[in-house]
Write a protein that binds this ligand. Structure first.
Ligand SMILES: [Zn+2]
Length: 122
């Protein structure tokens, strides 16, 4: 399953980010584009699996869906599309190959708890 390798990359990324810090991860905020090729539920499940028995066990994975967005030359604006079936501007019907969003698979923020001060930040 592809999501399993995405989840383990994510785990490594977070571990590298927090290296040497006395913190506990509360939640991880991700942006996931509709064209990223990742199934959200499968990623959530995979994340739970790969974080078992790691310092990230129990951390919440918050996934923000990013819809497909194109730049319409006709309207001279970015437009958000309802689905991924067509790349036509919802206002004027112009076909666009200029994809501006929807391919994201990125870490936005980490909310961590400082184990010494018991403060949550992120
Ligand atoms: Zn348009």
């Amino acid at each position: 399953m592809h999501e399993l390798s995405v989840a383990s990359d994510l785990l490594e990324l977070v571990q590298a980010e927090l290296k040497g810090q006395e913190v506990q991860v509360e939640s991880i905020h991700l942006k996931l584009g509709v064209l990223a090729g990742v199934v959200k539920e499968a990623l959530e499940f995979s994340f739970e699996v790969v974080t078992q028995r790691t310092e990230l066990a129990g951390a919440k994975l918050l996934i923000e869906d990013v819809p497909l967005g194109i730049y319409c030359l006709n309207c001279k604006a970015e437009k958000v599309l309802e689905g991924v079936q067509s790349l036509r501007c919802p206002e004027c019907g112009q076909l666009s190959g200029d994809i501006r969003q929807g391919k994201e698979l990125e870490l936005v923020t980490l909310a961590v708890r400082d184990l010494e001060r018991q403060e949550v930040y992120g």
